[in-house]
Design a protein around this ligand. Sequence first.
Ligand SMILES: [Zn+2]
Length: 110
Amino acid sequence: MTTTNARPRSFDHIRHAALGEYQDLRRAVDALGQRLDREQNETLSRTGFVELVTDMARTSYAADNCETCQEPCWPYRAKVDAAWMDGTYLCPRCKRTWYCGYTTDLALLP
Ligand SMILES: [Zn+2]
């Protein structure tokens, strides 16, 4: 998926805004954006940042626990083909990498 326009769009999240998880996610996205800005990551444009966060949301269901330390992890790379996703995982605690596959045929996705 390519996001061609990273500018804000109209939205209304009132049904979710009171949830602690919603506020936690907003803080985490803001913190990531600020860190990337501080590091002046010239390879990541605003559009790239929006795509990064969008990819995270699209694969949020694909968590897998590290076999070594049981840390829940999400894919940092995914190859999607038809109804299947091959994810590559990195445990931030022990730095182990592994692969795990998931269906992309979810009832939640249109
Ligand atoms: Zn680990």
